[in-house]
Design a protein around this ligand. Structure first.
Ligand SMILES: [Zn+2]
Ligand SMILES: [Zn+2]
Length: 804
């Protein structure tokens, strides 16, 4: 990794200029403050994902996202909108906790240190956040309401306890959500994940699966985000079909129900596969002749995680249930029943009708174990073959007919699972319930919130995997709110994703003591107009917060059905060798270094200019020199400022075209092309002998969102006493942005016979164009001897004489 090279700095001293304006903005916080319930102005709520305040500080990715939305926020304020652009801290999290385990420093102390550092860095970047709205998920005044929302889930039966097999990281001693397991390993530490049965708190996100899928139609999200969420939710329309077991035709406890999206292939079923963990296997135990082999396979499958089990390229394994046969519901033939780990107990019914003739996974399984493979679909014609009375039927029709014919049921299934909502860790929101021997689980009265995290001596989970809270008996032992008898507090805490599931609502009313937010303020600011964040949060935070929001909407606590009207996602910034930036490789860019050498405005411009916003880009320190030189050259333009006089027609035209282009580009997040148009404009302005006040201010206004320090400084030099951010956003003059001339093609019977170069205005005048066209020599020659039957006129483009 190359260190940024210092450049000679003529005149423009960013080390003096930038801190000077940051001080000015600090003293004038109203410049970026949003006003609640301001009915006179249009509101605009711009949101970026609030950072986890790690010890490493701000990174290049934060700068990319925050700069882009800062530009949009600044522009829209100049357009007269009431813009809210808030920031806060997503401060619960494992890194802080692991640091506490290592050093004994309480997480709240290191969090304070880290948020102070983040604040300093964000201010040094010149971001125009509304600092009066800061939220911190670890502040009891904040998590009081996270706990309160949990109690609402509990009240509605959407928070519940269940003994489930969880992913367990033996190193971190923590239960992990499925999405925190990457290729069978802990996302945090890379240790191989094990399975463990544990009683957990769950949130019933699956109750919202259908709406979370369907309502994506009504939001402005990039297609790739919608696709990822939809795949994660995994909605599939299919059918449940019952297979009786030979000898137990009337025993409902022993029937096999499969879920299939391909009922049309029913006649191609040659065996049945059950997930090894399915309870039915246990129920059939008496009938299974090779129980030892079956049981050994089941035990082995327990240790394998779902991703590995379902990998398509994985060598298929399985065991036949000897002595157990299913009866095909249509042909009444006996077919074998197997268990195999490529079928998951959590998807569908945990039982699959195997159709090796028309399913790749079933095919490789059948080939390995010599099971018959039947062809029942003519793939060219999409009709059924060898399918009894359904032979010749189109597959789409056959699906329904067959389901009906075998007494099946049309059903919708989802891949989405309920959300494991408890961790056996310290640094999280305490779950506000007690366990009473008499009354069971009793929620704390809302008046007792927040339930504050007590101080502990050690932050490590206990050896049996319980949270360190379990070791503080004075805290654990309490009274039951209902019967006043002895009770024990819940010692699990909430997962990292809890506090971020609703923080955008708290920004609307961050200091409210009576409610998570005032309904009037919620009505004014909702929904978030534009939310930018990382693609990696698509199936986690983004989906979770949509779920919480829909729940709150159903409780009539928020005014909209969806939290975010629009979502965009920035591409990652990679290290200069194209790999991910990481501390261990020493290729992380610290914004502090760039700010010191080149200035914050250079870093802002550079990250906007580096490439299309939604695409991954590689960092290249050499690229900082261009934006830095641009800033120096623009600064020199101040010398051309003139109170009076006129600008050249050429420069005026380019200025107005740039206004149009930059305005459009900002709203479309085409920040790189916006910056390059500003560069082209400044080249033109360098050729001018003077830049009159009107045009100069328009130019400053265009610069201000991108390089706010530079724009403030130039604005002050020309004698403007008010902040540059109070300049109006310029409007392009339509007369000046239109290209002056148009080319009209003249045709005879559709063949081009001549051209006319005319003013745009004239090109739209039919009579004038037809007159001029019929006077062109070549056109007249082609019309000689013919009669014009019809004249077709396309304004600005074509005159076509139809003649014979
Ligand atoms: Zn781990
Ligand atoms: Zn009780």
């Amino acid at each position: 990794m190359k260190k940024p090279k210092p450049v000679p700095v003529p005149q423009y001293d960013h080390l003096k200029i930038e801190p000077k304006w940051q001080k000015f903005w600090n003293k004038n916080p109203k410049l970026s403050r949003a006003i609640d319930n301001d009915a006179k102005r249009e509101k605009l709520y711009m949101l970026v994902e609030f950072p986890f305040p790690s010890g490493a500080g701000l990174h290049a990715g934060h700068v990319r996202s925050y700069t882009a939305l800062d530009i949009i926020a600044r522009k829209n304020r100049m357009m007269g909108k009431n813009v809210m652009y808030p920031i806060g801290w997503d401060a619960f999290g494992l890194p802080t906790e692991n640091y506490a385990i290592k050093t004994g420093v309480h997480p709240s102390i290191s969090t304070k240190k880290n948020t102070d550092n983040f604040t300093r860095q964000l201010k040094a970047m010149g971001f125009s956040f509304d600092w009066s709205r800061i939220v911190d998920t670890t502040d009891p005044n904040y998590y009081k309401w996270t706990q309160w929302i949990f109690l609402q889930f509990l009240k509605e039966g959407l928070a519940y306890r269940d003994k489930i097999s969880i992913n367990w990281c033996p190193k971190d001693k923590i239960g992990l959500a499925n999405e925190e397991v990457v290729a069978g390993c802990c996302e945090r530490c890379g240790t191989k994940v094990e399975k463990r049965e544990k009683e957990q708190w769950m949130l019933a996100i699956t109750k919202y699966a259908d709406r979370l899928d369907r309502d994506l139609d009504n939001v402005d999200y990039p297609e790739r985000v919608k696709i990822q969420q939809r795949n994660w939710i995994g909605k599939s329309e299919g059918a449940e079909i019952d297979f009786a077991i030979d000898g137990f035709e009337n025993d409902f406890a022993k029937k096999i129900t499969v879920f299939t999206t391909r009922a049309d292939t029913l006649f191609g079923v040659t065996y049945i596969v059950l997930a090894p963990e399915l309870k039915l296997v246990e129920i059939l135990r008496q009938n299974i002749k090779n129980w030892d082999a079956v049981d050994a396979y089941r035990k082995k499958a327990e240790g394998v995680d779902d991703t590995e089990r379902t990998a398509t390229d994985k060598e298929k394994t399985g065991v036949a249930l000897e002595g157990v046969f299913a009866i095909h519901p249509a042909t009444k033939e006996k077919i074998p029943v197997w268990i195999a780990d490529y079928v998951l107990g959590t998807y569908g019914t945990g039982a699959v009708m195997a159709v090796p003739g028309h399913d790749d996974r079933d095919e490789s399984f059948a080939k390995k174990f010599n099971l018959p493979i039947l062809t029942v679909i003519d793939k060219e014609k999409n009709i059924l073959v060898e399918s009894g009375k359904f032979t010749g039927t189109h597959i789409d029709v056959a699906k329904q007919l067959i389901v009906k014919g075998v007494n099946g049921r049309i059903v919708t299934k989802y891949k989405l699972r309920d959300w494991v909502f408890s961790r056996q860790r310290y640094w999280g929101e305490p779950i506000p319930v007690v366990h009473c021997a008499k009354c069971g689980i009793v929620p704390l009265p809302e008046s007792k919130l927040p339930l504050v995290l007590p101080k502990v001596k050690k932050y490590e989970p206990t050896d049996n995997g319980e949270s360190p809270l379990a070791a503080i008996s004075s805290w654990v032992n309490t009274k039951c709110p209902t019967c006043k008898g002895p009770a024990k507090r819940e010692t699990d805490t909430m997962p990292n994703w809890a506090g971020s599931s609703w923080y955008y609502l708290r920004y609307m009313d961050p200091n409210n003591k009576k409610a998570f937010a005032d309904p009037k303020k919620l009505a004014y600011w909702s929904p978030v107009d534009w939310y930018n964040g990382g693609m990696e949060h698509t199936t986690l935070h983004l989906l979770y917060s949509r779920f919480w929001h829909k729940f709150l909407f159903d409780q009539r606590l928020v005014p909209t059905n969806e939290p975010y009207a629009k979502r965009t996602s920035h591409g990652l910034i990679m290290a200069d060798d194209g790999t991910k930036m990481s501390k261990s490789k020493g290729n992380v860019i610290n914004p502090d270094d760039i700010i010191k050498t080149y200035g914050a405005d250079t870093l802002r411009l550079f990250e906007m200019f580096i490439g299309p916003f939604d695409q991954a880009v590689a960092w290249n320190s050499d690229g900082l020199i261009g934006p830095r030189r641009f800033i120096e050259r623009v600064f020199k333009l101040t010398a051309k400022y003139s109170k009076t006089g006129e600008i050249s027609k050429e420069a005026s035209g380019l200025l107005h075209k740039t206004i149009q282009k930059v305005s459009d580009d900002i709203e479309a997040l085409n920040m790189n092309t916006a910056v390059s148009s500003l560069m082209i404009l400044s080249n033109q302005l360098e050729k001018e002998s003077i830049i009159p006040s009107t045009e100069f201010k328009m130019f400053l206004a265009l610069l201000a969102p991108f390089t706010p320090h530079l724009a403030e400084e130039m604005n002050a030099i020309i004698g403007n006493k008010k902040s540059v951010t109070l300049l109006p956003w310029p409007k392009a003059d339509p007369a000046l942005i239109a290209d002056d001339m148009a080319t009209v093609t003249i045709q005879v019977n559709g063949k081009p016979r001549g051209h006319l170069s005319v003013s745009i205005e004239d090109s739209k005048d039919e009579k004038k164009m037809v007159d001029m066209a019929s006077n062109i020599d070549k056109v007249r020659a082609h019309l000689t001897g013919l009669t014009i039957k019809k004249t077709i006129f396309v304004p600005g483009k074509i005159v076509n004489f139809v003649a014979n």
